[in-house]
Design a protein around this ligand. Structure first.
Ligand code: GYE
Length: 296
């Protein structure tokens, strides 16, 4: 009856896990979708989620992680802005015996025991998929402008590496200009405006590779304002597959986007909850698949 029901609830509440999540920020369209899913999903799993938005600043993340440690949370999730600078704070978490799970972006630490596992897409593969699509599309001949993500972030490093690994197989494919647009629409627009100037209206440019869709959406705006035809004169390939790029694909202003899944809380939380129930060594990387989408 009611008493047993109340007891069940009380037991569930008592065992509810408190998890701190230090999120990168709210840049672009993908990130807020990911944050919303992580918050919604936490409720479904009965997790008390302490969500901290670092607004793109690593100092904020370090502060948040230290606050989670001080609060004695059961686990900490970090989506790290950049790969460097994590050793010390992760050691502090380890000393406090609070397991850390990386999601999305990666860290560059020598001691891999400082975190349990990383659950994320393969950014290097995303770059390769974009490069392979463009190699086929251009039949191996293409001058490319590249819009890089946040400098020092795992996706900017790996998407570039993967893309270059593929295009380096084609002697007539080459990146002729590259700059960071910080993963934002505004940043992408500014960078493309600079490319339009430095290349005489993208003369001879065959493609724009952007490390995320939002920068590409900004680039599309800049090109249209300059009277250029994104998607026709210049092939547009990017990553995330957010709703606005789907519209651009449908309108013929974008050509391909590699999907980065945002609704992954239902995949991430069970891994963490299972670990908290019975800690066992996990693979250091649990990969979420990436898929390439084109206009047709
Ligand atoms: O592609 C971009 C976001 O870290 C892989 O961050 C993620 C990237 C994503 O701002 O849109």
């Amino acid at each position: 009856g009611a008493v047993a029901f109340a007891a069940t609830i009380a037991a569930t509440m008592a065992s509810a896990q408190t998890i701190g999540f230090s999120q990168v920020g709210s840049e672009g369209d993908w990130r807020p979708a990911f944050s919303a899913n992580m918050q919604e999903s936490a409720k479904e799993f009965g997790i008390d989620l302490k969500f901290a938005n670092a607004q793109g600043k690593q100092e904020e993340q370090l502060r948040a992680v230290r606050a989670f440690i001080a609060q004695g949370v059961d686990a900490i999730i970090v989506a790290p802005v950049v790969v460097t600078g994590w050793d010390q704070v992760l050691r502090e978490a380890k000393e406090a015996e609070i397991p850390v799970f990386l999601v999305d972006r990666d860290v560059d630490v020598e001691d891999k025991t400082l975190y349990v596992t990383r659950i994320s897409a393969d950014f290097n593969l995303e770059g390769k998929l974009a490069g392979a699509w463009l190699a086929t599309e251009s039949k191996g001949t293409c001058k490319i402008v590249e819009l890089q993500g946040t400098t020092g972030s795992a996706p900017a490093i790996e998407r570039k590496k993967g893309f270059e690994a593929v295009i380096s197989q084609f002697p007539a494919m080459e990146i002729v200009a590259t700059q960071s647009g910080d993963f934002t629409t505004e940043g992408g627009k500014k960078v493309m405006e600079a490319f339009i100037k430095s290349t005489n209206n993208l003369d001879g440019i065959c493609a724009s590779f952007a490390h995320n869709d939002n920068m590409q959406l900004g680039a599309i705006q800049a090109m249209k304002e300059a009277g250029l035809k994104p998607g026709t004169d210049v092939q547009m390939v990017s990553v995330d597959y957010v709703p606005a790029i789907k519209d651009a694909l449908a309108a013929g202003e974008a050509n391909a986007s590699v999907e980065l899944r945002s609704a992954v809380g239902g995949f991430i939380y069970p891994i963490i909850l299972d670990y908290l129930k019975s800690p066992t060594e996990l693979d250091k990387w649990i990969v979420i698949p990436s898929d390439l989408h084109t206009a047709n």
